[in-house]
Design a protein around this ligand. Structure first.
Ligand code: PGA
Length: 248
Protein backbone atom coordinates (compact mmCIF):
# COMPACT_ATOMS: atom_id res chain seq x y z
CA UNK A 1 0.00 0.00 0.00
CA UNK A 2 1.11 3.58 -0.65
CA UNK A 3 2.58 5.32 2.42
CA UNK A 4 -0.45 7.59 2.50
CA UNK A 5 -3.66 5.79 1.53
CA UNK A 6 -6.11 7.63 -0.70
CA UNK A 7 -9.74 7.74 0.40
CA UNK A 8 -12.11 9.04 -2.25
CA UNK A 9 -15.72 9.86 -1.43
CA UNK A 10 -18.33 10.03 -4.20
CA UNK A 11 -21.52 11.82 -3.26
CA UNK A 12 -23.15 10.97 -6.61
CA UNK A 13 -26.39 12.96 -7.07
CA UNK A 14 -26.72 13.81 -3.40
CA UNK A 15 -26.24 17.08 -1.60
CA UNK A 16 -27.48 20.62 -1.85
CA UNK A 17 -25.71 23.59 -0.32
CA UNK A 18 -26.85 22.64 3.20
CA UNK A 19 -24.71 19.50 3.05
CA UNK A 20 -21.55 21.61 2.86
CA UNK A 21 -21.66 21.78 6.67
CA UNK A 22 -20.95 18.03 6.61
CA UNK A 23 -18.11 18.60 4.19
CA UNK A 24 -16.64 21.06 6.68
CA UNK A 25 -16.75 18.37 9.34
CA UNK A 26 -14.92 15.98 6.99
CA UNK A 27 -12.42 18.74 6.21
CA UNK A 28 -11.65 19.25 9.91
CA UNK A 29 -11.30 15.54 10.48
CA UNK A 30 -8.99 15.14 7.48
CA UNK A 31 -6.60 17.70 8.97
CA UNK A 32 -5.46 15.16 11.54
CA UNK A 33 -5.49 12.08 9.28
CA UNK A 34 -2.59 10.29 7.71
CA UNK A 35 -4.78 9.43 4.74
CA UNK A 36 -5.34 11.64 1.71
CA UNK A 37 -9.02 12.56 1.30
CA UNK A 38 -10.60 13.41 -2.05
CA UNK A 39 -14.29 14.22 -2.56
CA UNK A 40 -16.10 13.82 -5.88
CA UNK A 41 -19.02 16.20 -5.53
CA UNK A 42 -22.07 17.18 -7.57
CA UNK A 43 -20.94 19.87 -10.06
CA UNK A 44 -23.13 22.47 -8.34
CA UNK A 45 -21.12 22.14 -5.12
CA UNK A 46 -17.59 22.03 -6.56
CA UNK A 47 -17.02 25.80 -6.65
CA UNK A 48 -18.41 26.40 -3.17
CA UNK A 49 -16.54 23.47 -1.65
CA UNK A 50 -13.24 24.37 -3.29
CA UNK A 51 -13.17 27.80 -1.64
CA UNK A 52 -12.64 26.42 1.85
CA UNK A 53 -10.88 23.16 1.05
CA UNK A 54 -7.46 22.90 2.70
CA UNK A 55 -7.19 19.32 3.87
CA UNK A 56 -9.40 17.67 1.28
CA UNK A 57 -9.16 17.69 -2.50
CA UNK A 58 -12.32 18.55 -4.43
CA UNK A 59 -13.25 16.96 -7.73
CA UNK A 60 -16.08 16.23 -10.14
CA UNK A 61 -17.82 12.97 -10.98
CA UNK A 62 -17.65 13.10 -14.76
CA UNK A 63 -16.42 15.34 -17.53
CA UNK A 64 -17.20 15.77 -21.23
CA UNK A 65 -14.56 14.81 -23.82
CA UNK A 66 -14.94 18.08 -25.74
CA UNK A 67 -13.61 21.41 -24.51
CA UNK A 68 -16.80 23.25 -25.53
CA UNK A 69 -19.76 22.91 -27.84
CA UNK A 70 -23.37 21.90 -28.30
CA UNK A 71 -23.53 19.32 -25.51
CA UNK A 72 -26.56 20.27 -23.47
CA UNK A 73 -26.28 19.32 -19.82
CA UNK A 74 -22.59 18.43 -19.92
CA UNK A 75 -19.64 19.97 -18.13
CA UNK A 76 -16.17 20.46 -19.61
CA UNK A 77 -12.84 19.88 -17.93
CA UNK A 78 -12.04 23.59 -18.21
CA UNK A 79 -15.29 24.43 -16.39
CA UNK A 80 -14.55 21.97 -13.60
CA UNK A 81 -10.99 23.21 -13.24
CA UNK A 82 -12.07 26.83 -13.16
CA UNK A 83 -14.60 25.99 -10.45
CA UNK A 84 -11.74 24.67 -8.32
CA UNK A 85 -11.79 20.94 -9.01
CA UNK A 86 -8.42 19.19 -8.92
CA UNK A 87 -9.61 15.82 -10.23
CA UNK A 88 -12.53 14.05 -11.83
CA UNK A 89 -13.90 10.53 -11.87
CA UNK A 90 -14.05 9.06 -15.36
CA UNK A 91 -15.77 5.86 -16.42
CA UNK A 92 -17.85 5.26 -13.31
CA UNK A 93 -20.17 2.37 -14.16
CA UNK A 94 -23.21 4.56 -13.54
CA UNK A 95 -21.98 6.46 -16.64
CA UNK A 96 -20.04 3.73 -18.48
CA UNK A 97 -22.80 1.13 -18.31
CA UNK A 98 -25.73 3.42 -17.57
CA UNK A 99 -25.01 5.78 -20.48
CA UNK A 100 -23.34 3.30 -22.84
CA UNK A 101 -19.92 4.98 -22.88
CA UNK A 102 -17.39 3.21 -25.09
CA UNK A 103 -13.70 2.80 -24.30
CA UNK A 104 -12.90 5.46 -26.91
CA UNK A 105 -15.22 7.98 -25.24
CA UNK A 106 -13.69 7.26 -21.86
CA UNK A 107 -10.18 7.69 -23.28
CA UNK A 108 -11.22 11.04 -24.78
CA UNK A 109 -12.55 12.11 -21.38
CA UNK A 110 -9.26 11.18 -19.72
CA UNK A 111 -7.40 13.26 -22.31
CA UNK A 112 -9.77 16.21 -21.80
CA UNK A 113 -9.22 16.10 -18.04
CA UNK A 114 -5.44 16.02 -18.44
CA UNK A 115 -5.51 18.85 -21.01
CA UNK A 116 -6.98 21.04 -18.32
CA UNK A 117 -4.86 19.93 -15.40
CA UNK A 118 -7.32 17.62 -13.69
CA UNK A 119 -6.09 14.35 -12.19
CA UNK A 120 -8.18 11.35 -13.19
CA UNK A 121 -9.68 8.61 -11.07
CA UNK A 122 -10.48 6.07 -13.75
CA UNK A 123 -13.13 3.54 -12.74
CA UNK A 124 -13.08 0.06 -14.25
CA UNK A 125 -14.98 -3.09 -13.42
CA UNK A 126 -16.83 -6.08 -14.77
CA UNK A 127 -20.54 -6.85 -14.54
CA UNK A 128 -21.85 -9.93 -12.72
CA UNK A 129 -22.63 -11.52 -16.09
CA UNK A 130 -19.06 -11.01 -17.31
CA UNK A 131 -17.65 -12.39 -14.08
CA UNK A 132 -19.92 -15.43 -14.18
CA UNK A 133 -18.99 -16.04 -17.81
CA UNK A 134 -15.31 -16.08 -16.83
CA UNK A 135 -14.49 -12.91 -18.80
CA UNK A 136 -14.13 -10.50 -15.86
CA UNK A 137 -10.35 -10.20 -15.97
CA UNK A 138 -10.22 -9.74 -19.73
CA UNK A 139 -13.00 -7.14 -19.52
CA UNK A 140 -11.08 -5.08 -16.98
CA UNK A 141 -7.78 -5.43 -18.86
CA UNK A 142 -9.51 -4.24 -22.05
CA UNK A 143 -10.99 -1.26 -20.19
CA UNK A 144 -7.50 -0.30 -19.00
CA UNK A 145 -6.00 -0.68 -22.47
CA UNK A 146 -8.75 1.48 -23.98
CA UNK A 147 -8.67 4.23 -21.37
CA UNK A 148 -5.03 4.30 -20.36
CA UNK A 149 -3.25 2.89 -23.40
CA UNK A 150 -1.84 6.17 -24.69
CA UNK A 151 0.75 8.32 -22.95
CA UNK A 152 0.04 9.09 -19.29
CA UNK A 153 -0.12 12.87 -19.50
CA UNK A 154 -1.47 13.68 -16.04
CA UNK A 155 -2.28 12.32 -12.61
CA UNK A 156 -3.96 8.92 -12.71
CA UNK A 157 -5.43 6.59 -10.12
CA UNK A 158 -7.45 3.54 -11.11
CA UNK A 159 -10.38 2.33 -9.05
CA UNK A 160 -11.42 -1.28 -9.50
CA UNK A 161 -15.17 -1.11 -9.00
CA UNK A 162 -16.91 -4.39 -9.79
CA UNK A 163 -20.37 -3.44 -11.01
CA UNK A 164 -21.84 -6.26 -8.90
CA UNK A 165 -20.56 -4.59 -5.71
CA UNK A 166 -21.63 -0.99 -6.33
CA UNK A 167 -24.69 -0.31 -4.21
CA UNK A 168 -24.65 -3.94 -3.07
CA UNK A 169 -24.81 -5.12 0.56
CA UNK A 170 -21.23 -6.44 0.61
CA UNK A 171 -17.89 -5.58 -0.91
CA UNK A 172 -15.69 -7.94 -2.92
CA UNK A 173 -13.37 -10.06 -0.78
CA UNK A 174 -9.76 -8.91 -0.30
CA UNK A 175 -8.70 -11.94 -2.37
CA UNK A 176 -10.96 -10.93 -5.26
CA UNK A 177 -9.66 -7.36 -5.07
CA UNK A 178 -6.02 -8.47 -4.95
CA UNK A 179 -6.53 -10.80 -7.92
CA UNK A 180 -8.00 -8.05 -10.07
CA UNK A 181 -5.44 -5.49 -8.94
CA UNK A 182 -2.77 -7.90 -10.12
CA UNK A 183 -4.43 -7.95 -13.54
CA UNK A 184 -4.60 -4.15 -13.57
CA UNK A 185 -0.98 -3.80 -12.48
CA UNK A 186 0.15 -6.30 -15.09
CA UNK A 187 -1.80 -4.51 -17.84
CA UNK A 188 -0.37 -1.14 -16.80
CA UNK A 189 3.14 -2.57 -16.65
CA UNK A 190 2.81 -3.99 -20.17
CA UNK A 191 1.58 -0.63 -21.44
CA UNK A 192 3.79 1.78 -19.55
CA UNK A 193 6.59 -0.03 -17.75
CA UNK A 194 7.75 1.89 -14.68
CA UNK A 195 5.25 4.72 -15.23
CA UNK A 196 2.47 2.16 -14.89
CA UNK A 197 3.81 1.07 -11.56
CA UNK A 198 3.40 4.61 -10.18
CA UNK A 199 -0.39 4.62 -10.73
CA UNK A 200 -2.32 4.24 -7.49
CA UNK A 201 -4.88 1.44 -7.38
CA UNK A 202 -8.10 1.77 -5.40
CA UNK A 203 -11.05 -0.47 -4.70
CA UNK A 204 -14.67 0.70 -4.71
CA UNK A 205 -18.04 -1.00 -4.18
CA UNK A 206 -19.83 -1.29 -0.83
CA UNK A 207 -16.77 -0.13 1.10
CA UNK A 208 -17.53 0.73 4.72
CA UNK A 209 -15.48 1.02 7.90
CA UNK A 210 -16.00 -2.71 8.55
CA UNK A 211 -14.89 -4.00 5.15
CA UNK A 212 -12.14 -1.43 4.56
CA UNK A 213 -9.33 -2.71 6.84
CA UNK A 214 -8.90 -6.10 5.15
CA UNK A 215 -9.23 -4.54 1.70
CA UNK A 216 -6.68 -1.83 2.48
CA UNK A 217 -4.26 -4.51 3.65
CA UNK A 218 -4.65 -6.56 0.45
CA UNK A 219 -1.77 -6.55 -2.01
CA UNK A 220 -1.59 -3.60 -4.40
CA UNK A 221 -4.38 -1.62 -2.71
CA UNK A 222 -3.49 2.06 -2.27
CA UNK A 223 -6.91 3.27 -1.17
CA UNK A 224 -10.67 3.00 -1.50
CA UNK A 225 -13.53 4.80 -3.21
CA UNK A 226 -16.72 5.01 -1.17
CA UNK A 227 -20.22 5.98 -2.29
CA UNK A 228 -22.75 5.44 0.49
CA UNK A 229 -20.14 5.51 3.26
CA UNK A 230 -19.10 9.01 2.14
CA UNK A 231 -22.59 10.42 2.64
CA UNK A 232 -22.62 10.07 6.43
CA UNK A 233 -19.99 12.01 8.36
CA UNK A 234 -19.47 9.39 11.13
CA UNK A 235 -19.04 6.53 8.63
CA UNK A 236 -16.70 8.50 6.40
CA UNK A 237 -14.61 9.75 9.31
CA UNK A 238 -14.40 6.16 10.59
CA UNK A 239 -13.18 5.12 7.14
CA UNK A 240 -10.53 7.83 7.24
CA UNK A 241 -9.49 6.61 10.72
CA UNK A 242 -9.20 3.02 9.56
CA UNK A 243 -6.93 4.07 6.69
CA UNK A 244 -4.87 6.33 8.96
CA UNK A 245 -4.35 3.54 11.48
CA UNK A 246 -3.17 1.18 8.77
CA UNK A 247 -0.81 3.84 7.41
CA UNK A 248 0.63 4.58 10.85
P1 PGA B 1 -21.09 2.31 -2.90
O1 PGA B 1 -20.72 3.07 -4.29
O2 PGA B 1 -19.93 2.53 -1.98
O3 PGA B 1 -22.33 2.99 -2.45
O4 PGA B 1 -21.29 0.88 -3.24
C1 PGA B 1 -19.40 3.02 -4.74
C2 PGA B 1 -19.27 3.74 -6.03
O5 PGA B 1 -20.21 3.76 -6.82
O6 PGA B 1 -18.22 4.33 -6.31
Amino acid sequence: MAARPLIVGNWKMNGCRKKLAELNAIESHAATASAEVWMALPATLVGLAAIGARNITIGGQDVHFADAGAYTGSISAAMLREAGACFTLVGHSERRVGHGETGAVIRAKVDAAWRHGLDVVLCVGETAEQRNAGTGKETVAAQIRAAAGGPIAGGLAIAYEPVWCIGAPTAATPEQVAAMHQVIRGTLGALHGEAGVAVRLLYGGAVDPQSAPAILLAAEVDGVLAGRASLEVPAFCALINVASEIAA
